[in-house]
Design a protein. Sequence first.
Length: 72
Amino acid sequence: MADASDYEKAMPRVQEHAARFEKALTEIRATHAGRPALEVKETLLAAGERHGVRIANEVAQVAAERIADGTL
């Protein structure tokens, strides 16, 4: 079982990962709102790579659907 110090040590990496994901998401949301979900997903995955973050397929799918329908 991990203790609190393990959590504290990992937090900077977790925060950096979240920030990179947010940059990719914000970028694609601004340029692809309302476009087909498949196009949004492919572009989001590519943006993740550019920002140095691997986005899980399931996460990309849900985000793409929400960007496509304007709910994200």
